[in-house]
Design a protein around this ligand. Structure first.
Ligand code: GLC
Length: 703
């Protein structure tokens, strides 16, 4: 029997004993592990702690967490408060704890569910050993605007890819068991449509139609709910005049009643109190009333619930049953995490050194998150014996911690190997010279056989409240590449970033271009492996790459419109309408051909089979992608949508018959009320290497 069921009687007994103040206290989440209000803990006015000493944990340096310190806080709650209810400890373990993987956008680029799940399992094990019970990940916000810094934290522009990753992250964190000491509660966030923030300006208002909400933004959260995610975080965003934190249709309506999900809903940081700023609450008391009645169980760092819920219940504005239901969900979560069996964390369990297996998992995921955009003349992988000049601002060994990317709270810089050292650790005959300053770089470039220039974004140029008005490289970097490109020595550009960028100038200056979404702890070794050929760049783009900011928003699963390009002239007079690179794009160190596409469809759905042949000289992996279009429907449908993908390894010269399935439900679409439509008619299916290439055929679906 699960702990939350085994302790059901104790939970009811506690609710029966609790005062209104203590009930409200269970719904109060206090910040920081530095100056915790111990007097409030003793009075039972704190139910959980977020281990963060600032509202910008993704950017600001955070105090480390240690089981011993958290146990000390726990003792105050368990031994000195009236009812001894344990605290829940939460932290943003977003893409790794000590073993930091690629940022989620890079994990999406891997199209490797197994690798993403393994990283989550490792993160859960490491963070739980430090005393953390609950993480605020996965972030499932579909993003179509790379100006928005938080595009780094999600799984890109596609609902299917994000849904697959949602399930893997939730299972990776939770399936070992929340009470096992190796699992922890996950949190699907930010519910919902936070990525529609206009102008890419974080926290801004969004605009989303009901059918787009149902077909684009909700599906990853539904996948997380189906995977049993323990908690959901309401988003800061407001659309349709209603902040998500006070929108009962989204929270109690869709999440709880329509999907039957019964987990805990937590607000975002101070978001309950900020209902006053939104102009929907006159004061903190009304903010607390609106949020609780909408379905928000826990008030994160807002101080609205513990201050006002007792009086709101006494005055009748909030029924005590609603309060009790929220408290019950929180206590069940605590029981599920094993806190009613043993509220303390063993203090000798934390890892001291990162285990090799953890590093290998992070490195393998990083290899598969790196995307090869250009490889003119097959310059990559670099052949043995070359004299290599390593240059550029991000090649500086002092800059290695920026490869962690945003939302890295517990990664330690000393655990990293910088790219220069990693390259030098490769086959001895290759000489790797490093130049720090541009003029040194130019001098170096004249003496080397090849120059590797590492450019891109510092880690805090993306993430929360780190949006940009440009998709260009940071100042000076394009000019450096252009200068190096004119010297005549073959030039390889490695672009490291937290978002898609307008890389046209990079493509013009360099012979080869690798794009790495901040690859994490093992960035140095992984990039070196790829440059030197010990691994192939396995990534595929999880977001469309625009030619310029002027094209944004631009995404592959768009509508055809009544005047589709190129049937009609064009959308812009100054640039082609097409993207720089399409969703799903990525080259490798070998080549693949597709043949013999067969499809069959029945009441279970669609099954496609295709032969993929490795036509190159090197073993390699291919991400086989299946896209569908409902050619004619009662609502206009996207020109294509990713419905299945599979990463397959194929030896040089060999062929593989690959099967991809699409369940019948996934062939439908939702109307604005959330009703699924499975309409008969013809569908077009593509199977290929990305969203613009592949074999195509049509079939009839009977609905
Ligand atoms: C932040 C973020 C959210 C994070 C939370 C706790 O404001 O919006 O993603 O989990 O606060 O740090």
């Amino acid at each position: 029997m699960l702990p939350q069921d085994r302790h059901a009687d104790r939970i009811e007994s506690l609710i029966g004993q609790m005062t209104l103040e203590e009930k409200a206290g269970q719904l109060n989440q206090e910040p920081s592990t530095v100056d915790v209000p111990l007097d409030m803990v003793e009075k039972g006015l704190v139910g959980s702690l977020i281990c963060a000493n600032s509202a910008y944990a993704g950017t600001d340096r955070q105090a480390r967490v240690r089981a011993a310190a958290l146990n000390e806080l726990q003792r105050v709650a368990v031994e000195r408060s009236r009812l001894g209810i344990p605290l829940l400890f939460a932290r943003d373990v977003i893409h790794g704890h000590r073993t930091v993987g690629p940022i989620p956008l890079g994990q999406a680029a891997s199209f490797w569910p197994e690798g993403v799940r393994r990283l989550a399992e490792i993160a859960a094990q490491e963070a739980r050993a430090d005393g953390i019970h609950w993480t605020f990940t996965p972030m499932l916000d579909i993003a179509r605007d790379p100006r928005w810094g938080r595009i780094a934290e999600g799984f890109g522009e596609d609902p299917h890819l994000a849904s697959v990753m949602a399930e893997q992250v939730v299972r990776g964190f939770q399936d070992a068991g929340l009470h096992s000491g190796k699992g922890m509660a996950a949190c699907a966030k930010h519910y919902v449509a936070y990525g529609t923030a206009e102008g890419g300006r974080d926290y801004n208002t969004g605009e989303v139609t009901p059918t787009t909400l149902e077909n684009v933004y909700l599906p990853p959260f539904k996948a997380a709910a189906r995977a049993g995610v323990a908690t959901v975080m309401a988003a800061f965003i407001e659309f349709d005049g209603r902040p998500a934190t006070a929108n009962p249709d989204l929270l109690n309506g869709i999440l709880r009643r329509r999907w039957g999900w019964d987990g805990v809903i937590v607000s975002d940081w101070n978001a309950v109190a900020e209902l006053v700023n939104h102009g929907v609450a006159a004061d903190l008391a009304q903010a607390a009333e609106l949020a609780l009645l909408a379905g928000v169980d826990i008030d994160m760092a807002g101080g609205a619930y513990w201050r006002h819920l007792p009086d709101l219940v006494r005055s009748g504005r909030v029924p005590v049953e609603v309060l009790d239901a929220a408290v019950r969900r929180v206590l069940r979560l605590k029981a599920a995490c094993g806190l009613f069996d043993d509220p303390y964390t063993p203090e000798d369990a934390a890892i001291v050194e990162i285990p090799d297996e953890h590093r290998r998992a992070a490195r393998a995921l990083a290899h598969r998150s790196i995307v090869l955009l250009k490889n003119q003349g097959g310059i990559l992988p670099l052949r043995p014996g070359l004299r290599i000049g390593l240059v550029g601002p991000l090649a500086n060994p002092q800059a290695k911690e920026t490869f962690f990317g945003t939302w890295t709270l517990d990664g330690e810089e000393e655990d990293m190997t910088d790219l220069l050292s990693a390259m030098r650790a490769h086959a001895a005959p290759r000489e790797v010279w490093h130049a720090l300053l541009p003029d040194e770089a130019v001098a170096q470039a004249r003496l080397c056989d090849v120059v590797v220039a590492v450019v891109g974004e510092w880690r805090h140029r993306s993430g929360e409240d780190n949006s940009t008005t440009t998709l260009d490289l940071p100042p000076g970097q394009t000019e450096l590449l252009q200068y190096l490109g004119r010297i005549g020595t073959p030039l390889v550009a490695v672009v490291v970033a937290g978002r898609s960028l307008a890389v046209e100038p990079v493509l013009e200056a360099a012979d080869a271009v690798l794009f790495a979404f901040h690859p994490g702890l093992e960035a140095g070794p992984a990039i070196a492996d790829v440059l030197m050929g010990d691994a192939e760049p396995g990534g595929r783009l999880p977001v469309t790459f625009p030619r310029s900011l002027g094209q944004v928003p631009i995404y592959y699963n768009r509508k055809n419109t009544g005047r589709p390009v190129p049937n009609f002239r064009y959308r812009y007079v100054d640039r082609p309408d097409s993207p720089q690179f399409p969703f799903g794009f990525g080259l490798g160190y070998t080549t693949f051909e597709y043949s013999d596409l067969e499809v069959e469809v029945d009441r279970d759905g669609l099954r496609a089979r295709v032969t993929v042949t490795n036509t190159g000289q090197r073993d390699g992996e291919e991400v086989v992608q299946l896209y569908l279009r409902d050619d004619v429907a009662s609502l206009s449908r996207p020109i294509k949508e990713l419905k299945a993908f599979q990463r397959v390894a194929i030896p040089a010269g060999r062929s593989l018959r690959v099967k991809l399935s699409v369940p019948r439900q996934a062939m439908g679409f939702f109307d604005g009320e959330g009703r699924l439509h499975l309409e008969p008619g013809t569908f077009t299916v593509w199977v290929g290497p990305n969203s613009e290439e592949g074999l195509q055929t049509q079939f009839r679906f009977d609905g």
